[in-house]
Ligand binder design. Structure first.
Ligand SMILES: [Zn+2]
Ligand SMILES: [Zn+2]
Length: 97
């Protein structure tokens, strides 16, 4: 019993079984993540995603640069995840990266 089984599906070797994918090819892990269908950035929460959407619905709704609305990029195995620098409870305890 010393042999190892190699996964025959090597095309997505870095993608875990629980990855969530989007039609653009982006993927991420974690329930509650939000992926923007417009700019295809991935956010840690709906709240973070909402933050980068500015303008009025149906008029000039568009995506802002996440850094301009106070979000910070976190490097994940699947790419950049945008999140709040502080805990989601609203306290501003931003710390150096
Ligand atoms: Zn967007
Ligand atoms: Zn996408």
């Amino acid at each position: 019993m010393t042999h190892t089984v190699t996964d025959p599906q090597t095309e997505t070797a870095t993608r875990p079984w629980n990855a969530i994918t989007h039609s653009c090819g982006a993927w991420w892990t974690g329930l509650g993540r939000a992926h923007c269908p417009a700019c295809h950035r991935t956010f840690s929460t709906d709240g973070a995603a909402n933050k980068h959407r500015t303008g009025k619905h149906g008029i000039d709704r568009h995506c802002a640069d996440p850094t301009e609305v106070g979000l910070v990029p976190v490097q994940k195995p699947y790419g950049v995840l945008w999140q709040h620098p502080a805990p989601e409870d609203g306290r501003d305890t931003r710390r150096p990266a």
